[in-house]
Design a protein around this ligand. Structure first.
Ligand SMILES: Cc1ncc(COP(=O)(O)O)c(C=O)c1O
Length: 474
């Protein structure tokens, strides 16, 4: 249970979509429109029992009951987007219903062109690459630092961005993921200054950082550091429902906002879920409220407590800020120097009923969330103390597969050319030496092992344990 007082008046903060939906619920009409389940009367009773009659009765799409429309934004939806822009420090905010994936796709479709070079980090999310497959733009890979001991990618250095821009004066854009999935933060301020000096826009994929503008212990959002556009997965850590995200355009952005908006309209459903839109509106209102701020401060303090306790252990360690990079304190990446990350995840799940965000080769990721209590954290600490004292062994079948690709790609064809080439499916054993025709990027974290147009080498095989066959260029 939460420590935050229940009778705090979060109602002072405006949430226009939530209010409009409440009004529609309290003034029901005779409904002869989509969705056909008509306020839950046409669904399986077990499903209704599971999710609740009220949730179904507010499951509607835009256009009805004065709820406004998403494209173009009108009514309460427009007002909610404007409130979000203010809260996150943007000039304009778009609500997204297919996650930050939709934002990245729209940015690529709207802002990049066939053959144009886009500088981006190799460990970017696959949605950025999908966007470039659609537009025909070609990535120029920045290879971030590798944190070998931790089995993860590290930060992107400003020097590497500058070098790439100097070598490629025709590059059209820089697109950086910050922070990494594991919370490693790059120096966006310096990167943005470099981009400005070269007169190219900077997009920052902040899918994992929507909380940063709401607590002074967290890093600064790229919206304040000179980026032109930023995506935030509110559903990941901000408290909204799955699939709901935001795309922000910065105050002094140099990008073509109309082109991005047109692409969003093409990519989005024509039946946006009001429940998801209301959840974005309410997540923003909550984060701005005293209640939400306390929840976030508690998440920060819980993370500090967890890290302090881990420091007392013998075998288990946490990734800390180091020379040249910072971390988001709420993302606690840990490893046990006797066990693989997957084995540690397995132990926590099977022996202690704990589910963590993800595990990779060396370690695993724990999120200290706005919804976690101190009791949750104390239980986790107790379990880690127990594991640290026990003599758990690694299990070899978990060791056969590798999870976090840290390979430098060998590019044989452009993404788009390969994606639209003639292909064939072959047994994995025959794949070395062939050119991949598919995106192989398991989620989480959706970082690519192989992309269309890349040479398949022996090094890829440990990442492909779950594949019997693979699609290659014919
Ligand atoms: C860095 C990054 N960008 C974008 C995305 C896509 O976000 P969404 O799941 O909201 O579509 C993810 C998802 O994991 C991600 O890790």
């Amino acid at each position: 249970m939460t420590n935050v007082t229940r009778n705090e008046k979060s109602s002072k903060i405006k949430a226009p979509i939530v209010d409009a939906l409440k009004k529609a619920y309290e003034n029901p009409s005779y409904q002869f429109h989509i969705p056909g389940h008509t306020k839950g009367c046409g669904v399986l009773p077990d499903f209704k029992k599971l999710i609740g009659a009220k949730a179904l009765s507010v499951d509607t799409t835009d256009e009805f009951d004065g709820l406004g429309t998403l494209h173009p934004a009108t009514g309460p939806i427009k007002e909610a987007q404007e409130l979000a822009a203010k809260a996150f420090g943007a000039k304009k905010t778009f609500f997204l219903l297919n996650g930050s994936t939709a934002g990245n796709l729209a940015l690529a479709m709207g802002l990049t062109k066939k053959g144009q070079k886009i500088i981006t980090n190799r460990n970017c999310h696959r949605s950025i690459l999908t966007g470039m497959i659609i537009s025909g733009a070609e990535p120029l890979w920045l290879i971030p630092k590798r944190f070998g001991d931790w089995g993860i990618w590290g930060n992107v250095t400003p020097e590497s961005v500058e070098e790439m821009l100097d070598k490629n004066p025709d590059a059209g854009m820089v697109w950086i993921t910050n922070p990494t999935y594991e919370g490693v933060v790059s120096d966006i301020k310096s990167i943005s200054e470099i981009c400005k000096n070269h007169n190219v826009p900077l997009i920052v994929d902040e899918a994992h950082a929507c909380l940063w503008n709401f607590n002074s212990h967290l890093p600064t959002s790229a919206l304040k550091l000179g980026a032109d556009a930023v995506v935030h997965s509110l559903h990941k850590t901000g408290g909204s429902m799955s699939q709901s995200s935001m795309l922000h355009i910065a105050e002094n952005s140099m990008i073509d906002v109309d082109a991005v908006e047109k692409s969003l309209k093409l990519l989005h459903t024509t039946s946006p879920s009001l429940i998801l839109l209301a959840s974005l509106d309410s997540a923003r209102a909550n984060l701005e409220s005293p209640r939400g701020r306390k929840q976030l401060e508690r998440a920060v303090q819980n993370a500090k407590y967890l890290r302090r306790e881990i420091d007392k252990l013998t075998h288990i360690h946490d990734l800390k800020p180091d020379f040249g990079y910072k971390t988001d304190i709420t993302k606690v990446f840990i490893k046990d120097d006797r066990l693989s990350g997957k084995r540690l995840e397995f132990i926590l799940e099977k022996d202690f009923n704990i589910e963590v965000e993800s595990a990779s080769d060396a370690g695993l990721l724990i999120l200290s969330n706005i919804g976690n209590t101190r009791k949750d954290m104390e239980y986790l600490v107790k379990c880690l103390q127990q594991i640290d004292k026990s003599d758990y062994n690694d299990i070899s079948y978990l060791e056969n597969k590798k999870y976090m690709p840290m390979l430098t790609p060998i590019i044989k064809m452009t993404l788009r050319e390969a994606f639209y080439s003639h292909k064939e499916v072959i047994p994995k054993e025959h794949a070395v030496g062939r050119i991949s025709a598919e995106v192989i990027a398991e989620c989480p974290p959706g970082i690519s092992v192989l992309l269309p147009g890349e040479l398949i080498t022996e090094e890829h095989i440990p990442y492909l344990i779950d594949y019997d066959t693979i699609e290659v260029i014919k």
